[in-house]
Design a protein around this ligand. Structure first.
Ligand SMILES: [Zn+2]
Length: 435
């Protein structure tokens, strides 16, 4: 491992520094450093940002590597600035519902992942008796669905199961992440007529899951977390009204935080209808005005995760949008696009980057830090890169993403893990909550 120094780089897009790395760690970050730090890298015109910990991906291994897989998923993540991911318990097959599921996924991650990784366990009607053993094996959090997950083997957590699971998680001090959409409310908004086009079908999909569906579930989850004393993290929040509800819960003493995803900041119902099935997800995209309001309410968001959830392209085709797989492949381009837009809006990248790095470490209880002396040199560089995002540059198995075809102002030019550029040969480490 060579020592090196990046000269004249813009830290977080805010202040020009020299930043030196030795033994895989930051050893000096300062306005101007002298000689003797090893290889020289010219950072002029580039922005230095801390590596992304994407706390929400579905790489689907074992069992559904035809959808993605750890090798291609982690390669896509690293191409987008990622140095670690926390993998959801679904849609691997079997899903992670017990200790052997954690151990098997850990083994595969250590064999194939180009970045560090952590593992979510499932909180379902089938796992209440095995949550403790998953905690023993180091899961970073438990995931529960408050509506159907789309997969039979990962059951919905109704009120009773969620309450019970939260108590177990609280005892172990582990976060519970909920997919907050209320099944009983979803059914109220289902469209009656068939759609005449894909764009129309997409609009019907957006209308079928309005914010009321999220709000109803978040209310229940906050109440249950308050009763259980659990740490609640509401994943993929789409709307400022949800953030207000979560902030209110926190003000009332519940340990509740929110995650949002780049696609809720970058896409809307108009662009999503034009993009088509690549932009189908749940909760769905929101109207332009809501997206702007979400940007304005970002200080209420604790973490940003991609919810990268690809499928084979043939699960995104046909005439019926409701029957297609819902999931966005976004772990490669989401952060660079969000950074570009934030720079246009005059929003601090330092603040934004906390949501994918230090806030993630803190919320999930995993050790780690941002760009500071003594911390691991996990980082990426952004460079001005006008031009269209191409399918051919995608590292995801199916090279299929709602961002393909979009113009970008900035692009990730390289990602380093513990001071080494991430390549196909890089292997990451298993991350778990600190004791
Ligand atoms: Zn997800």
């Amino acid at each position: 491992m060579d020592d090196f120094i990046i000269r004249g780089i813009s830290l977080h897009g805010e202040v020009t520094v020299d930043a030196a790395v030795s033994g895989g760690k930051w050893v000096a970050v300062s306005e101007s450093l002298g000689a003797g730090y090893g290889d020289e890298i010219d950072g002029a015109g580039k922005i230095l940002l801390p590596g992304v910990i994407d706390a929400h991906v579905h790489f689907n291994e074992p069992g559904r590597t035809d959808w993605e897989g750890i090798a291609t998923g982690s390669a896509a993540l690293a191409a987008g600035g990622g140095t670690a991911f926390f993998d959801m318990p679904l849609n691997s097959s079997p899903p992670v519902l017990n200790a052997s599921g954690v151990l098997e996924k850990r083994r595969l991650g250590e064999e194939k992942s180009q970045t560090d990784f952590g593992i979510w366990g499932g909180l379902t009607p089938d796992s209440l008796g095995t949550m403790e053993e998953m905690a023993d094996e180091g899961v970073v959090a438990f995931k529960a669905f408050m509506c159907g997950s789309g997969l039979e083997e990962f059951g919905m957590a109704g009120r009773k199961v969620l309450a019970e699971g939260m108590k177990i998680a609280a005892k172990r001090g582990i976060v519970v992440g909920v997919h907050a959409e209320d099944e009983s409310v979803v059914s109220r908004f289902m469209p009656t007529g068939a759609s005449t086009s894909i764009a129309e079908g997409m609009r019907q999909w957006f209308a079928s899951r309005p914010v009321e569906v999220e709000l109803a579930a978040i209310r229940i989850a906050i109440d249950l977390a308050g009763e259980a004393g659990a740490k609640l993290h509401v994943v993929h929040v789409t709307h400022p009204e949800c953030l207000d509800l979560i902030s209110k819960g926190r003000a009332e003493g519940v340990d509740v935080t929110a995650e949002t995803c780049p696609h809720y900041l970058l896409l809307n119902t108009e662009s999503g209808a034009m993009i088509g099935p690549a932009a189908k997800c749940a909760p769905p995209l929101r109207d332009k005005g809501v997206v702007e309001a979400l940007w304005a309410a970002l200080d209420q968001v604790e973490t940003i995760g991609s919810d990268h959830s690809p499928s084979p392209p043939d699960m995104k085709t046909g005439g019926d949008v409701f029957a297609m797989w819902g999931g966005i492949a976004g772990c490669q381009n989401g952060i660079e696009l969000a950074c570009g837009l934030a720079l246009e809006k005059g929003i601090s990248l330092e603040g934004l980057s906390r949501k994918w790095r230090t806030n993630v470490f803190r919320r999930f209880g995993v050790d780690g830090a941002g760009i500071e002396v003594g911390a691991d040199a996990d980082f990426f560089l952004l460079e001005k890169g006008y031009g269209v995002i191409e399918s051919g540059e995608q590292r995801s198995r199916h090279r299929f993403s709602p961002y393909v075809g979009m113009e970008r102002g900035w692009r990730v030019s390289g990602t380093w893990l513990r001071g080494e550029p991430v390549t196909a040969k890089t292997r990451g480490r298993f991350l778990r909550p600190a004791k």
